[in-house]
Design a protein around this ligand. Sequence first.
Ligand code: ADP
Ligand code: MN
Ligand code: MN
Ligand code: MN
Ligand code: MN
Length: 356
Amino acid sequence: MSSPTTYHPDLLAPYLALPQGDKVQAEYVWIDGDGGLRSKTTTVTKKVTDIGQLRIWDFDGSSTNQAPGHDSDVYLRPAAIFKDPFRGGDNILVLAETYNSDGTPNKTNFRHHAAKVMELAKAEVPWFGIEQEYTLFDQDGSPFGWPKGGFPGPQGPYYCGAGAGKVFGRDLIEAHYRACLYSGVNISGINAEVMPSQWEFQVGPCEGISMGDHLWMARYLLIRIAEQWGVKVSFHPKPLQGDWNGAGCHTNYSTKAMREPGGMKVMEAAIEKLSKRHNEHIAVYGEDNDLRLTGRHETGHIGAFSSGVANRGASIRIPRHVAAQGYGYLEDRRPASNIDAYRVTAIIVETTILDK
Ligand code: ADP
Ligand code: MN
Ligand code: MN
Ligand code: MN
Ligand code: MN
């Protein structure tokens, strides 16, 4: 039986193999009014080698919670290009920023501000690496692969697990990893998480504004691929109540000075600054993060800043190997799985480099 969302790779394959002449399909991808992802396609007359060859486009913002009906045009300004793993060839994915008709950034366009911040801080060469955790669900709303109406055994065997009954959805995750590599997303690894059907991918290190670009495109690829599997991806920080781990977006961070001998001192100074703006950071570290940052399940409590070497119960952790070496990077463990990476990377730079 075919449902409307069933994917038919066998039927589709011969059409995708047809020649498309010199023309290229450009899939414009943007963040909608609720932090979800949307996309639509336009034909471009020839292969795109520079972002300047792509037009500014528009869409109906009243259908995406981004504009009122009487003034509904929202503009898409191309910001980054990736290869399209679904259509292959010279076809591309175009991450676009959204602008209102008066030229101001749309309410969920946090890239606009972040790009300015990264420009001001570029002499410090900020690098980021984000660990995106997420959870897979069946169409019926139950966690993917869990016994219907019941629960799998308690957490323990699933983290980095191998073997039947310990991992759920590995084929989907493999497809996503390879699609990221093909597209040019700087994916650096994957692992199965503590809660069954929860996974993580890491993107980075990425310099400045590109962290947000690569993370958002990695998410887009994931939800498009999961669509083919008939699986829903949840970025909620606490998708299931009870003794199940929440989902975060640990944000690893370094500047040039932190990556060089003596870097430990620079990291300590940065942590001191971060400690003074805990609430400002928490405000942009994801919705419902209070459900996750309980001080349990490898988190620090949302109400108190803490830091430590190798401490997974702290707000900021310095990895053991970094402390031993004396330089490297720090890990901000507070951001939730549903963050906007542009907001998180921007505020980290504002606090630690621009002294806001
Ligand atoms: P964890 O031990 O917390 O699970 P992971 O291996 O999942 O760590 O993720 C580490 C992340 O740190 C990766 O995304 C990687 O790209 C990033 N990273 C490595 N070196 C740096 C650095 N110097 N600056 C910023 N991020 C870095
Ligand atoms: Mn139309
Ligand atoms: Mn990790
Ligand atoms: Mn993890
Ligand atoms: Mn981590």
